[in-house]
Design a protein around this ligand. Structure first.
Ligand SMILES: Cc1ncc(COP(=O)(O)O)c(C=O)c1O
Length: 379
């Protein structure tokens, strides 16, 4: 067994760490008390992201979860309101039901299609509130890119149709744009056009973008004024937050333009996996658009995701003997995550290099051959 192993960590784009220029910007940042509105670096970031999205104002908040919750609290600030979200959305699956638990808003799900959208006729059928027995449907959330749908970019023509239905029923539109810039990169579109129909947008700086922490909520002056108040009640008022706003500014300037490389590298990996012609492990290439890849295990095979995750993290003497090593002779560990029994999720971010991808291919080729069903793993 090799003494040392080389780790390629593809579990999540939230693993991206601040660059050297981000770390330097943190030590140089001019700061003040942001709860008093006196941190110039936070103000610079807020103005910058508002301009980038073509909206009036923005608010820096600690996380994407808080950004979504505050948006719901502001838009649905009356009793008896309802928000419509996709059934695979982050808000529904992974934010602890905060909209209901904390904001007192009813959350109703619409079935997400594989492309991250939902059926607009179905959505229209869900709109209610005329009858006094019903909650009042107030807001609709779209996730772009869509995490659980495999980093899928919401089609622009669908957004146009959504906007028409929303207008007809006076519904507020919010975009969970945790990975908005992955979407704009794929579409080759100005973010202003992608979000123009949305009343509010949340954007994360700490996903693929490398900033250590933080998200922004973007919208009108009046919306942001109310959002600032909500941030305080949730304990999200930050004092000398310029030290974390500074790396977010660098993320927008230096990492956003580089996202294209993350998408290219992931596609290269996906094509290499399919070129292995494994009867067991495949990628649906037409569904790969940005920096999230779903790796499928043949349903008929007894191999489950958890076993694959564990095997990719193990270095055996057999693989070392067969030369599954780095150029320095180190064993290779590849970390990915299981999404369900038959699907694994792989992500790229700016620290994942071409060399990392080559090592990943080397390791996967060996492990996939070892685990494929034709080699005795049938149930
Ligand atoms: C689509 C989406 N929205 C919101 C969030 C929440 O962000 P945070 O972890 O900063 O609360 C995530 C986190 O992964 C996400 O993928």
């Amino acid at each position: 067994m090799a003494a040392k192993s080389y780790i390629v960590d593809l579990r999540s784009d939230t693993l991206s760490r601040p660059t050297n220029s981000m770390r330097e910007s943190m030590s140089r940042a001019v700061v003040g008390d942001d709860v008093y509105g006196e941190d110039p670096t936070v103000s610079t970031l807020e103005k910058k992201i508002a301009i980038m999205l073509g909206k009036q104002a923005a608010l820096f908040v600690p996380s994407g979860t808080m950004a979504n919750l505050i948006s719901i609290m502001v838009h649905c600030n009356k009793r008896g309101t309802e928000v419509l979200v996709g059934d695979k959305s982050h808000i529904f699956k992974y934010e602890q039901g905060g909209a209901s638990q904390i904001a007192g808003v009813m959350v109703t799900t619409l079935k997400n299609e594989t492309d991250g959208t939902f059926n607009l006729e179905d959505m229209e059928r869900h709109v209610r509130g005329e009858d006094i027995h019903e909650p009042k449907t107030t807001m609709v959330v779209v996730e772009n890119t869509h995490n659980m749908c495999g980093g899928k970019v919401i089609p622009m023509d669908w957004i146009e149709k959504l906007a028409t239905v929303a207008k007809k029923h006076s519904l507020i539109l919010h975009m969970d744009g945790a990975r908005l810039f992955n979407a704009t990169q794929y579409l080759n579109e100005d973010p202003v056009n992608v979000v123009k129909h949305f009343d509010s947008i949340s954007v994360c700086f700490s996903k693929s973008l490398g900033a250590p922490v933080g998200s922004a909520i973007v919208g009108s002056f009046s919306f942001i004024r109310q959002a600032r108040r909500m941030r305080k009640v949730l304990g999200g008022g930050m004092r000398q937050a310029g030290v974390i706003a500074a790396p977010a500014i660098i993320a927008l300037d230096e990492i956003v333009p580089a996202l294209i490389g993350d998408h290219r590298r992931l596609r290269f990996l996906a094509e290499a996996i399919n070129a292995m012609r494994s009867p067991t492990f495949t990628v649906d290439l037409k569904n790969l658009q940005t920096n999230i890849l779903m790796l499928d295990i043949d349903q008929k095979c007894s191999v489950v995701s958890k076993a694959v995750v564990e095997r990719l993290q193990t270095v055996t003497q057999g693989e070392l003997d067969k030369g599954v090593v780095t150029q320095d002779g180190e064993g290779i560990i590849v970390k990915i995550i299981a999404r369900d029994d038959k699907t694994l999720r792989v992500t790229t971010y700016y620290e994942i290099s071409d060399i990392d991808i080559n090592y990943t291919i080397k390791k996967m080729e060996f492990v996939f051959k070892e685990m494929e069903c034709s080699k005795g793993f049938f149930g």
